[in-house]
Design a protein around this ligand. Structure first.
Ligand SMILES: [Zn+2]
Length: 95
């Protein structure tokens, strides 16, 4: 059974509550009736797995496939550019 630590936002009273995961979190301070905030520290609750930690940036998943080395499509990305440049109408001082 994990132990949760709460801190009251009003009177800063700290309390620990032993709850199961299915229990609803406490949100009312029993001392003053203020709002409780769950504190994740020094209690020994470690959330492992479940994609909780995203800081471990190691590219080892099967989600990323290298873009090259597939050899399927070798079409060069050629933009549709006009083959002939527009006629330059340089009319400068006729006469
Ligand atoms: Zn309180």
């Amino acid at each position: 059974m994990p132990t949760y630590e709460y801190e009251c936002q009003s009177c800063h009273e700290r309390l620990e509550a032993v709850q199961s995961f299915s229990d609803a979190p406490l949100n009312v301070c029993p001392a003053c009736g203020g709002a409780l905030r769950k504190v994740y520290s020094a209690v020994g609750i470690v959330f492992k797995g479940g994609g909780f930690y995203k800081t471990d940036a190691r590219s080892s998943s099967t989600a990323t496939v290298p873009a090259s080395d597939t050899g399927a499509k070798s079409t060069p990305a050629t933009p549709a550019a006009p083959a002939t440049p527009p006629p330059s109408t340089s009319s400068t001082t006729s006469d």
